[in-house]
Ligand binder design. Structure first.
Ligand code: GLP
Length: 264
């Protein structure tokens, strides 16, 4: 894993945006995997700015989101579809029909069929070129709660109480936070050609260190990224504070720079 440490949230977001923009410029019909949560908001703002001010063109880009709350309709203000429209899609020149977020309103008896069709759509689009990822308080990626198989595919999953508490800040009360979600599996995520793993804030420091430097375990599903041949972790300084090999990561980036090669 290439670990890049940035001094603050803004610098983390800018570095992430540079990576996404470089892909969009070199492959205008690329497929992006996108994440929700507070972490990627700065990245999305920077991409919107680049689209507006620098003409970064999303007109041929396709996107697939990681997950959606089960039971929330796309027009529900806390749904991930709503979040994506509000934070990114409404601010860039992407075609809405090229954006995909799992449908949280699918009926229970159609869930499996829907999840299989979501996987199929990703394959038919040529697979995900770059997958943006944040990390939950319990080390999950997408909604792959501890215990999710590292080979798991898109499915309906029950949310941990802690995850619901963490995400309750976006809802009026904890009771309103759905108890389940549709989520790409760890196995689905690992098939992306590149993963862009972002984390910020002191609260994430412990799980970030476990994910990057701890053993690979289904108890911290982000640790599965160690198995991916092309993951770039962009970690803001506070979230990086428990990394044991922090000095090495900083040194490696500096060394590549001196050799005239960028680590990202
Ligand atoms: C949810 C999402 C994850 C996200 C996590 C962290 O659980 N399903 O994809 O990484 O929240 O959110 P935040 O960035 O707000 O800390």
């Amino acid at each position: 894993m290439r670990v890049v440490i940035r001094k603050d949230y803004e610098a983390m977001s800018k570095t992430a945006a540079e990576i996404v923009a470089r892909l969009v410029r070199s492959k205008p019909d690329c497929v992006l995997g996108l994440a929700t949560g507070s972490t990627p908001v700065g990245l999305y703002q920077e991409l919107a700015r680049m689209c507006k001010e620098e003409g970064l063109d999303f007109s041929r880009v396709t996107t697939f989101n990681l997950d959606e709350y089960f039971g929330l309709s796309p027009d529900h203000p806390q749904s991930y579809r709503y979040f994506m429209n509000d934070n990114l899609f409404n601010h860039i020149n992407i075609k809405k029909e090229n954006t995909h977020v799992p449908d949280g309103t699918v009926s229970l008896d159609k869930v499996e069929e829907f999840c299989a069709s979501y996987e199929k759509m990703i394959k038919e689009a040529g697979g995900i070129d770059l997958q943006v990822l944040g990390i939950g308080g319990d080390g999950h990626i997408a909604f792959n709660e501890p215990g999710s198989s590292l080979a798991s595919r898109t499915r309906l999953i029950a949310l941990e109480e802690q995850t619901r508490i963490d995400n309750a800040r976006f809802f009026d009360s904890l009771d309103e936070v759905p108890r389940a979600a549709l989520s790409m599996g760890v196995g689905t995520i690992l098939e992306a050609k590149c993963c862009l793993f972002l984390a910020n804030g002191r609260k994430k420091a412990g799980v970030v260190a476990e994910s990057i430097e701890g053993p690979i375990t289904s108890q911290i599903t982000a640790s599965a990224l160690q198995l991916h041949p092309n993951t770039i972790a962009i970690i803001e300084e506070e979230a990086a504070s428990e990394l044991k090999r922090k000095e090495y990561y900083l040194y490696a980036e500096k060394m590549w720079k001196e050799l005239g090669k960028s680590m990202i």
